[in-house]
Design a protein around this ligand. Structure first.
Ligand code: AIR
Length: 349
């Protein structure tokens, strides 16, 4: 990268010293965020990041599993961020006064942002493999189309909110997803025994199709009642949103979990005894008033539906999952149409 180029991107020689500190060699992930550093002396968005900078710390939580206790080590995190090929630039040129029309300011700065990115591309600091991640609804709304039209590899398929005003968790979940990082499981798949796994894997496959992180575990309402209670009580605090419980025979697992948590519980009856799952179905579906369990069909079709039903619950608040559910339904329609065509063609010949 030549000095000339940097002068073009950051046209002020006051940035010379910090520039050397944060000058990226090759950027793997480029974050574009909402406003420039509050202090115009600063070159890099995160330079001298204050202790309470939520964008910085929530990003560090996603990338490096940083904890509250790690806040003292901001220099180390910043260094690691830079060395690992991450960089962050601002979408606007100068700090916005309180109450400013952000959308307008970002729109007015769009050409400048594009020319900064082009300069970085010409200097091979970013290339086709560099993912650009737009942070905040306004930045996403204003920039996504314009940057894609210019051939930049925008990684977001949905907006990622700024991690302020209660959006920190959503920020972490969405950023993890866009970075393909393992994230907090949203669905817990539990079963009474490893003999249930082949069937319960169908629920996992359905969740994977919708890009929903899940965990799978075994716990038995009868053989390990204390473990089952403890597991159920801890689910909500870990960020799980829905439970899918499969068991066979006198299948009490789903009901016991439902008794211990306010999360919705979906039950999959497993055909593992001489009664071929009718026993499990009745044990699961006949819950007493007050403790609902949503029971699906016996066996693999039920496990698949449990996964889809859990996705529909997640889709109530997650736009990306909701879109995938619409696409899934369309695929079902196309499948039936293809079968209908095939049948008709077969009868003609
Ligand atoms: N089960 C295990 N603990 C309580 C129940 N209901 C169920 C399992 C499995 C069946 O008993 O969910 O379907 C047989 O388990 P195993 O371990 O004998 O194969």
């Amino acid at each position: 990268m030549t000095d000339r180029l940097l002068i073009r991107i950051y046209p002020d020689d006051r940035y010379e010293k910090p520039r050397r500190m944060y000058e990226p060699a090759r950027v793997k992930i480029l974050f574009v965020a909402e406003s420039p550093p509050p202090d115009p002396e600063r070159f890099f968005y995160f330079e001298n990041v204050p202790y309470h900078d939520s964008l910085f710390w929530e990003t560090m939580k996603v990338l490096y599993s940083a904890r509250e206790i790690d806040r003292g080590g901001k220099r180390e995190f910043l260094e690691r961020f830079k060395c690992d090929g991450y960089h962050l630039i601002d979408a606007v040129e100068s700090p916005l006064p309180d109450g400013a029309d952000k959308e307008r300011a970002i729109r007015d700065s769009l050409e400048n942002l594009k020319s900064k990115l082009r300069a970085l591309r010409d200097a091979k600091v970013i290339d086709d493999d560099t993912k650009i991640i737009l942070i905040s609804k306004t930045v996403y709304d204003v920039c996504v189309g314009a940057l894609k039209d210019d051939g930049f590899n925008v990684a977001n398929t949905e907006m990622i909110p700024l991690p302020v005003q209660g959006h920190a968790k959503q920020f972490r979940e969405k950023l993890s997803r866009v970075l393909n990082m393992t994230t907090t499981p949203l669905v817990s798949i539990v079963m009474g025994s490893d003999s249930d796994l082949e069937i319960m894997n169908e629920a996992a496959k359905a969740l994977a199709e919708f890009g929903i992180p899940y965990e799978i575990d075994i716990t038995s309402a009868h053989r390990s009642p204390a473990r089952t209670s403890e597991y159920s009580r801890g689910l909500k605090a870990r960020g799980v949103k829905v439970v899918i419980a499969g068991a066979g025979g006198a299948a009490h697992l789903a009901g016991v979990i439902a008794a211990e948590t306010t999360l919705p519980v979906i039950a999959v009856p497993i055909p593992s005894t001489a009664l071929l799952g009718l026993d499990s179905l009745l044990a699961m579906v006949q819950m007493p008033a007050g403790i609902p369990v949503a029971t699906v069909a016996i066996g693999k079709p039920g496990a698949t539906n449990a996964g889809i039903l859990a996705a529909q619950m997640i889709g109530l608040y997650d736009d990306a999952v909701a879109k995938k559910l619409v696409a899934y339904k369309e695929k079902l329609v196309e499948g039936v149409e293809a079968k209908s065509r095939k049948l008709k063609e077969g009868r003609k010949s």
